[in-house]
Design a protein around this ligand. Sequence first.
Ligand code: SAM
Length: 481
Amino acid sequence: MEEEAAVKLENFMQWATALGVSDSPFINLHEEDGLHQASSCLGQSLSISYFPNAGGRGLCAVRDLQKGQLILRVPKSALMTSQTLILNDHRLSISLPKFSLSSTQILTVALLNEVAKGKRSWWYPYLTQFPSNYDILSSFDQFEIQALQLDDAIWAAEKALEKAKMEWKSATAIMKELMFKPHYMSFKAWIWASASISSRTMHIPWDAAGCFCPVGDLFNYAAPGEDQVLSGDLTAADTGERLNGEQSDTESLRLTDGVFEEESDAYCFYARRSYRKGDQVLLSYGTYTNLELLEHYGFILDENPNDKAYIPLPSDLHSLCSWPGDSLYIQQNGKPSFALLSAMRLWATPAHLQKSVRHLAYSGSPVSTVSEIMVMEWLAEKCRLVLKNLTCIEEDKLLLSVMDNEFESAMELKRALLGLTGESYAFLKNNGLMKDEIVDLPRKAMRSLDKWKLAVRWRMKYKMMLCDCISYCTRVIHDLS
Ligand SMILES: C[S@@+](CC[C@H](N)C(=O)[O-])C[C@H]1O[C@@H](n2cnc3c(N)ncnc32)[C@H](O)[C@@H]1O
């Protein structure tokens, strides 16, 4: 199995090299003239490596890299887009204009259509490198969704699932016309293709669905540093959009280290910071909370400077200020966001005084000691209330420590989970593992375990932000009293 994967990777590298993908820091004119072809597309700046705790397969610096240096170039001819897939497929090009589909639906259908060709596809060497499954929110089942515990997160997951179902249903007519085999018509296949698009495509100016970028899509993610987030005073709404979404070109340039360059007719990647030989070279796909990362990419970060926790706020708060709702949150370090503090300070001021202190609140200053203490007490109490309705962090930690074990058989998994928590019993039942006759671990159960683990990690991070907020508020109250 491993040997087969190595052969497929080798074939892919040869294929990419022949297409002119190159990590050479210099654009070799001879190569462009076709006079000389590099022996491998990687090796001068990058190599493929495995990073078990930071995204799995990724790209590693083979030498010291300087910030801003060109590290990878993928010619336009190597990009897989709806356009390139349609151009090579007469039947697809005839069928598509008859249906009204979004750009993402078109790319989803085109991708499934291509995958169905197997080895006959020109893209086959590249397609073999796609993951066989994904953990994005729309792939969660009801048990995994409920494991998120927070209403907002459950709602986001249900919405993502609902959206995927609607898009799939409205594309079934074209898939029938194209005579897709049942396997490629299934919702499971649709989720696979749309997750591939969500987690692997890059922004291009000519197609909102983005493009697949061979080799370029091997970069794992690092959150943009604070300098990048703060520069240009971008709001969360500006930066939260997907890379291949509707961000303006200047924003994508500012926020990413990969960009399509018209002049060189290629996708170009630049080192976002200096790297030492052996470091993993990372890419910023954009600014995301952990829930957004889970929704679009199927993973979360243990340390995410852009993570946010939303809590229920006083119903009259929004009428007091002009801050958008999504700017009112608790930051990863437990501190209330600037907008949340400023809005709460106004809210804690008697109505007849609000006008005269508005300038203070809006400039980020406390309004009075009394209102500051009131705000901190209110926030701490609300966090306690939210936490009261959730499982405790210790229980989540215990679950995660058990889930981290390697399980060889269904019996081992059952023994580890049975009697641990009500939820772990529900997991076993949901995956049919309570039946005595189950010996081997079904793949489906292992996949569900991965997603359940992501949900538990996500909710634990959320609870930790609330606990840190309580500590922060308590400290402020203590200092002011
Ligand atoms: C564009 S691909 C990156 C390459 C990918 N590791 C591969 O082997 O194809 C994006 C996916 O890589 C994984 N990933 C990227 N960055 C990660 C990180 N910092 N931590 C965990 N997983 C990450 C996620 O599964 C994500 O959906």
